[in-house]
Design a protein around this ligand. Structure first.
Ligand code: PHE
Length: 446
């Protein structure tokens, strides 16, 4: 399929919104608080911020640029930029595989969120005590049919929007949903300021006790930096390929990272204010927001309103992310096999639903099955964020800063950056710091 039929964003702002919609998702509101909790708080946040700046942003810029110059899906863009050596498409392949696997488990969590939204609408939390609320998620885990139902609803929504066309779906929805999410988060924050756990939460998040750090948490911080910025998965390559004109990629990358980090920290403050007010263990893991927030909602005035709007908005941010992930795979299948978008979308949907259902079963019927000691669900998460995404990112950054000739790679991406200092810092990072950090962490992880 040639470039004439490639879709484009209506404007660079449209791209920015779509990229923000992809980046801001369950990673910010669900995953960030629980991994901070599990890794001891402030020290982890500190490492995470360093990873975003030194690793996340350079790879983000590289991906957007490769997509824009390559004008193809996540595999084709690498090939088009380096016709004589097809090795680098491996970065695209790893991204593509991660996209498929992430979509499968991400949709399961999307299903839990919709389930919580339905419970909020029915005002379920109001009459429950803390122990009952903490018990909701374990109940959901033990019920494969209920999970499959909500997984189907979430998947159908994702597929429905991607079939409709990305720009209209993503650009339009993000314009409405992102500001709304920020407003609800601020309202929740305002409520949390009056909780006894507010200051302990700030201390927990921002006081870096470096003695709590270990290699595993650094690996997790890098993995999460990729996950939360949607890099190493081909999203930014695919989205960059829909950019009509060049842009200041560094400014875009930094803005995106700032907005994404700001929202994650905001969600962290809200969640930990509840954790320290209602006697919840900060390190409980993935169930964290499903316990803390409903308990808060059951206690504050206007809890019904907050609960309904919060889970609705989280569903939408999950959707804007899952749409972007599905788009990576759809663009690849559609362009490579010249299949109609409609058919490509449905085929992939059927496949990721099956893998998603296996994730559902890993919480109940198949909970005795482990892969390298992980449940199937956790295995997909670990495989993608600790292995596939970092390797894809490593190949991308080497390709961008060492393999492509400078005037077609790193320096071309900096064309519109005026400050010499920023240019030099960025080039230094992209050539040395970023690849070395990713490599070190990968080796330590292995
Ligand atoms: N960045 C999204 C989030 O934070 C998740 C995501 C990962 C989206 C990879 C696209 C690609 O939830």
């Amino acid at each position: 399929m040639d470039n004439k039929v490639r879709k484009t964003w209506t404007s660079n702002l449209g791209f920015m919104l779509a990229a923000a919609g992809s980046a801001i998702g369950l990673g910010n509101i669900w995953k960030f608080p629980y991994i901070v909790g599990a890794n001891g708080g402030g020290a982890f946040v500190f490492v995470y911020l360093a990873c975003i700046l030194l690793v996340g942003v350079p790879v983000l810029v590289a991906e957007m640029f490769i997509g824009h110059r390559g004008q193809g899906n996540t595999v084709a863009s690498y090939n088009k930029l380096h016709k004589s050596n097809r090795f680098w498409q491996l970065a695209g392949w790893l991204g593509l595989s991660s996209a498929f696997l992430i979509l499968s488990y991400y949709s399961v969590i999307g299903g839990w969120i919709i389930d919580f939204e339905v419970r909020s609408l029915m005002n379920d939390f109001a009459g429950m005590d803390e122990a009952q609320i903490k018990n909701i998620l374990p109940q959901i885990f033990s019920d494969p049919l209920r999970q499959a139902l909500f997984l189907s609803i979430f998947s159908l929504l994702t597929v429905g929007i991607v079939r409709l066309g990305v720009q209209k779906g993503i650009e339009k929805w993000n314009k409405i949903l992102m500001p709304a999410l920020v407003i609800v988060l601020f309202l929740l924050l305002a409520n949390c300021m009056f909780l006894p756990g507010f200051f302990p939460a700030l201390k927990f998040l921002f006081y870096p006790d470096l003695s709590k750090l270990n290699y595993a948490s650094i690996l997790e911080a890098i993995g999460h930096a990729f996950f939360t910025l949607s890099v190493g998965v081909g999203v930014m390559v695919t989205f960059g390929s829909y950019l009509k004109t060049g842009t200041n990629f560094v400014r875009m990358g930094v803005t995106l990272a700032l907005v994404d980090t700001f929202l994650a920290l905001l969600a962290g403050i809200v969640v930990f204010s509840c954790v320290f007010s209602f006697d919840i263990e900060p390190s409980v893991g993935p169930t964290l927001i499903f316990e803390t927030l409903p308990i808060l909602f059951s206690k504050i005035s206007g809890g019904y309103f907050f609960s309904v709007s919060f889970f609705l908005l989280v569903s939408f941010t999950a959707l804007t992310s899952s749409i972007s992930i599905l788009e990576v795979v759809v663009a690849y299948i559609e362009e490579t096999f010249e299949i109609k978008r409609n058919h490509a979308t449905l085929m992939i949907a059927a496949a990721f639903f099956v893998v998603g259902f296996l994730c559902v079963l890993s919480f109940n019927q198949m909970n005795h099955v482990t892969i390298f000691g992980f449940s199937f669900f956790d295995f997909l998460d670990k495989l993608t964020s600790s292995l596939f995404m970092p390797i894809s990112a490593l190949l991308t950054i080497i390709f961008f800063s060492w393999v492509l000739p400078a005037n077609k790679g790193v320096e071309a991406a900096l064309e519109r950056v005026e400050s010499r200092v920023i240019k030099n810092f960025f080039i230094y990072c992209a050539k040395f710091i970023t690849p070395l950090l990713i490599l070190t962490i990968l080796l330590l992880g292995l």
